[in-house]
Design a protein around this ligand. Structure first.
Ligand SMILES: C[S@@+](CC[C@H](N)C(=O)[O-])C[C@H]1O[C@@H](n2cnc3c(N)ncnc32)[C@H](O)[C@@H]1O
Ligand SMILES: Nc1nc2[nH]cc(C(=O)O)c2c(=O)[nH]1
Ligand code: SF4
Ligand SMILES: [Mg+2]
Length: 222
C-alpha cells in the first residue's frame, strides 16, 4: 500500500470507449509511455506525472464513488506497482478495467481485471511492436474468464482496416472475445468504418470515443 506510482490524473467521467462505454467510471491515468503511436491523443501523459502512493490513489478512487475503475495512461503496464494497485482495487470490490497499448505481455495481470488490449495497426507506426502472445493468452483463457479479455483496434484508413480483418481472421479472434473497432478521431469518418463492417459482416463492435462528442475533443480530465 505504500508503494508509489507516477500518476498523470485521476478523474470521474463517462466511460467513452470499450464494451462499458456510457458507464460512469473513475479513471486513473498513469504517466509515461515508451510507445510513439503517430496519432496518440494523450501525449501529455508521457511526461507529466506526480508520484502517489497506492494508499492515496485508492483514497481518491473511493472519493469518486463509482463501482467501475479504469487504469489507463500513458502505458500502465510500464510501472510494476500497477499490479498491487489493481489487486487492491479488486479486493475492495471494484470492477477494474486495464487499458493497455498491446506491446507488453499481460500475463502478470490479476485474472479478475478486465483487460482491454489495443492492437496497433500500421498507421500507428508501431504495429511491429504488438505482443501477439497476448492474443494467444486470450485464446487459451478458460471459458469462465473469456469475458475478462477484450481487444480493440483503432483504424485510420482502409489499409488499417484490411490489416485488422486479416489479423482477426487468422486468429478467429471474434469467435472468442469481444473485439471493439474504432476510428482515429478526426481522421476516418465513422460512417466509412460502419459501412465496411456491415459490408463484411464483421462480428466486431463499433466504438467512437463518446467523451469527445460530449465534451470538446481536446479537453483533459474527461
Ligand atoms: C491514450 S491510450 C492509453 C492506454 C494505452 N497506452 C493504449 O494505447 O491503449 C487509450 C486509448 O486511446 C486510443 N487513442 C489514442 N489516440 C487516439 C485517437 N487520436 N483517436 C482514437 N483513439 C485514440 C488508443 O488507441 C487507446 O485505445
Ligand atoms: N471518458 C473517457 N473514456 C475513456 N476510455 C478510455 C480512455 C483512455 O484514455 O484510455 C478514456 C478517456 O480518456 N476518457
Ligand atoms: S501506447 Fe497508448 S499512450 Fe502510448 S503512445 Fe500509443 S496510444 Fe499513446
Ligand atoms: Mg483517452
Amino acid at each position: 500500500m505504500n508503494r508509489s506510482l507516477l500518476v498523470n490524473e485521476i478523474f470521474l467521467s463517462i466511460q467513452g470507449e470499450s464494451s462499458r462505454a456510457g458507464t460512469p467510471c473513475t479513471f486513473v491515468r498513469l504517466a509515461g509511455c515508451r510507445s510513439t503511436c503517430t496519432w496518440c491523443d494523450t501525449r501529455y501523459a508521457m511526461t507529466e506525472g506526480e508520484p502517489m502512493s497506492i494508499r492515496d490513489i485508492i483514497r481518491e478512487v473511493d472519493h469518486q464513488q463509482t463501482p467501475l475503475v479504469e487504469i489507463t495512461g500513458g502505458e500502465p503496464l510500464e510501472q510494476p506497482a500497477v499490479h498491487p494497485l489493481m489487486q487492491e482495487l479488486c479486493n475492495r470490490g471494484y470492477s477494474v478495467m486495464l487499458e493497455t497499448g498491446g506491446f507488453i505481455n499481460v500475463n502478470e495481470v490479476d485474472a479478475r481485471v478486465h483487460k482491454i488490449i489495443d492492437i496497433k495497426p500500421p498507421s500507428s507506426g508501431v504495429s511491429q511492436n504488438n505482443c501477439t502472445q497476448n492474443i494467444l493468452l486470450a485464446l487459451q483463457a478458460p471459458p469462465e474468464q473469456r469475458h475478462t479479455w477484450e481487444f480493440k483496434i483503432v483504424i485510420a484508413d482502409r489499409n488499417d482496416y484490411n490489416w485488422a480483418t486479416e489479423l482477426l481472421d487468422n486468429y478467429s479472434l471474434t469467435d472468442h472475445c469481444t473485439v471493439m473497432m474504432g476510428t482515429v478521431f478526426d481522421q476516418l469518418p465513422p460512417a466509412d468504418l460502419a459501412s465496411w463492417i456491415l459490408h463484411d459482416h464483421l462480428n466486431v463492435r463499433l466504438q467512437l470515443q463518446l467523451h469527445k462528442y460530449i465534451w470538446p475533443p481536446d479537453m483533459r480530465g474527461v
